[in-house]
Design a protein around this ligand. Structure first.
Ligand code: ZN
Length: 552
């Protein structure tokens, strides 16, 4: 009853109900407002009622308009409402237009639900709720506009997203063209196709060679991964082809049958919806070579061991290293003699790529290396006594530790070093953890990617998952000391064979060798320079090098 002794605040009540049935009725609003006024010291001097009019049709709210006009007459200080929505739903600009006269007259809004409302606070809240409501629509519009922009750009042949490795973008938005970029990268793309198609190297082999040669990958990484090589080999952009809308990623819209349609989904699009331009930009690879690469990729798909060199005409591919500069030796193509079987030769890749000043050079014939290898094995593992017996044991089955203890010990040290089987298991677990972390990271990054890069990223995740499964298998089969001995026997047996094998049968044996550093003596200059093979440093693969799969 203290309120009665105070001076009552002059107020008007405003009631509004839209056409929605579920809203509080005018009668209920009035009941609540009168009760509130009584309890809080307000005297209701007038009532304004808009019934059946929605909150955003303010120009039709005649009672509201009247109330607004009367505000300036200073007959009341407060507008009392059931809640903020009764007063009105405006967007932020409209709110200023409709509310300004009340502010000017010093009239406040008080709601039953929230009490007095600060004008600043009111506008802020109004904007917030409007934004909430508008958000959904806004996102849809945005999605449509982004897609429309992309489709328009694509139809104009403007490149979307980041350029493929070895290209760079020239031109403004909606007219982005691809032109060859860094010459080293351009040469690298050509080299990757040539090594894959002509030299028939594996993805792993190519990745390893690029890493050894210190070429930076597309991500700027020093270490090339087989999947990065694959992404390049599979990208038709290198033939000058422009392709867009091959993949959908929008939640709200898609581009189908020549128009933007509602309803998005993630996934590849029908070929009929692709936007394609042939000869769009300067190609780096001939179509013929690219098509052969696709056939090879398809054939090699799902092939388990990428280390297999079974179909490489260069038997020692990826094994030989230049004794001068440490670069890998590349097979020399026998030009114009494709039908004649000529012995393969290998030369320093650095000298081939960078010219005769880059490295003194190192060229060697395959047969020289093979002869040297056999000699090395004979000297190191085969005792002069009992040779015939041991060879026949080897050919029948397996050479055991007891057959030649010294050679066995020596080979075991070469294969697993001084480490036991436990540390091999530890290696596997470490790599497994590493790969799992990479998968998690790649999945997190997926949402941030540009649409063009999503297929490649998904491809990468699936490859990593395969690797993880293989590593899990390997981790479960942690080699015991017995397993290691078994492996050594196996290799020893193979090495024995090597001494009596024909070239073709040598392939599986050569898989046991990690690397041979070739030392030669060079004579003469220019193109007449000749090399004489001196010796090689042989490194065996060992159990860590022979892990079931190459490093990612
Ligand atoms: Zn060299």
């Amino acid at each position: 009853m203290t309120a009665k002794r105070q001076k009552l605040i002059r107020a008007v009540a405003y009631y509004r109900r839209s056409t929605k049935k579920q809203e509080t009725s005018i009668a209920d609003q009035r009941k609540a407002v009168l009760k509130y006024a009584e309890a809080n010291g307000y005297e209701i001097v007038d009532e304004f009622i808009d019934d059946g009019i929605s909150g955003d049709a303010t120009e039709k709210r005649f009672a509201f308009l009247r109330m607004r006009e009367e505000a300036s007459s200073r007959k009341f200080e407060v507008v009392l409402c059931w809640d903020q929505d009764r007063f009105g739903r405006f967007d932020s600009l409209e709110a200023g237009h409709w509310c300004y006269p009340f502010r000017q007259a010093g009239v406040r809004i008080v709601t039953v639900n929230n009490g007095p409302i600060d004008w600043e606070d009111f506008t802020g809240r109004m904007m917030y709720s409007m934004q909430q409501e508008a958000k959904h629509q806004f996102l849809q519009d945005l999605s449509r506009n982004v897609l429309r922009g992309q489709i328009e750009a694509a139809k104009a042949g403007s490149w979307i997203g980041s350029p493929p490795y070895a290209y760079r973008i020239e031109g403004e938005s909606k007219n982005k063209r691809l032109i060859p970029g860094d010459p080293v990268h351009v040469a690298t793309v050509k080299r990757i196709f040539s090594e894959y198609v002509e030299e028939q190297r594996t993805l792993t082999d190519i990745a390893r060679r690029l890493t050894t040669d210190g070429i930076l990958s597309s991500g700027g990484s020093k270490r090339w991964k087989p999947s990065a090589v694959r992404v390049i080999l599979a990208n038709p952009a290198y033939t000058g082809l422009f392709r867009s809308n091959t993949y959908s990623y929008s939640k709200y819209h898609g581009y189908r049958d020549g128009q933007i349609t509602k309803g998005g989904r993630r996934g590849p699009n029908d070929e009929s919806d692709w936007i394609v331009f042939k000869d769009h930009h300067p190609p780096l690879v001939e179509k013929r070579i690219f098509n052969r690469a696709q056939r090879l990729l398809k054939r090699n798909e799902g092939r388990k061991c990428r280390y297999s060199r079974d179909e490489n005409p260069y038997l020692l591919s990826g094994l030989l290293v230049c004794g001068n500069c440490g670069s890998l030796l590349w097979g020399i193509k026998n030009r114009g003699q494709s039908k004649v079987t000529t012995p393969q030769r290998y030369e320093c890749s650095k000298r081939r790529r960078e010219g005769k000043n880059a490295c003194e050079g190192c060229t060697v014939g395959e047969q020289d290396v093979l002869d040297y290898l056999v000699q090395f094995i004979e000297e190191n593992f085969i005792p002069t006594k009992d040779q015939t017996r041991l060879l026949s044991t080897a050919k029948r089955g397996k050479l055991k530790q007891s057959d030649l203890p010294k050679g066995f010990k020596k080979l075991k040290r070469l294969l697993v070093g001084d480490r036991g089987s436990a540390s091999i298991a530890k290696d596997t677990h470490r790599r497994l953890a590493d790969v799992e972390a990479q998968i998690a990271k790649a999945q997190r990054n997926l949402v941030l990617l540009d649409a063009n890069n999503i297929p490649a990223a998904e491809e990468r995740i699936s490859q990593l998952s395969k690797l993880r499964d293989d590593l899990k298998d390997a981790a479960q089969q942690t080699p015991s000391e017995n397993d290691v001995n078994e492996l050594v026997s196996d290799v020893l047996t193979k090495l024995f064979w090597l001494c009596s094998l024909k070239e073709d049968e040598m392939r599986p044996v050569l898989n046991e060798i990690h690397r041979i550093t070739i030392h030669t003596t060079g004579r003469g200059g220019g193109s007449a320079r000749r090399y004489i093979f001196d010796h090689g440093d042989i490194e065996f693969a060992g159990t860590s090098g022979c892990s079931p799969h190459p490093e990612p």
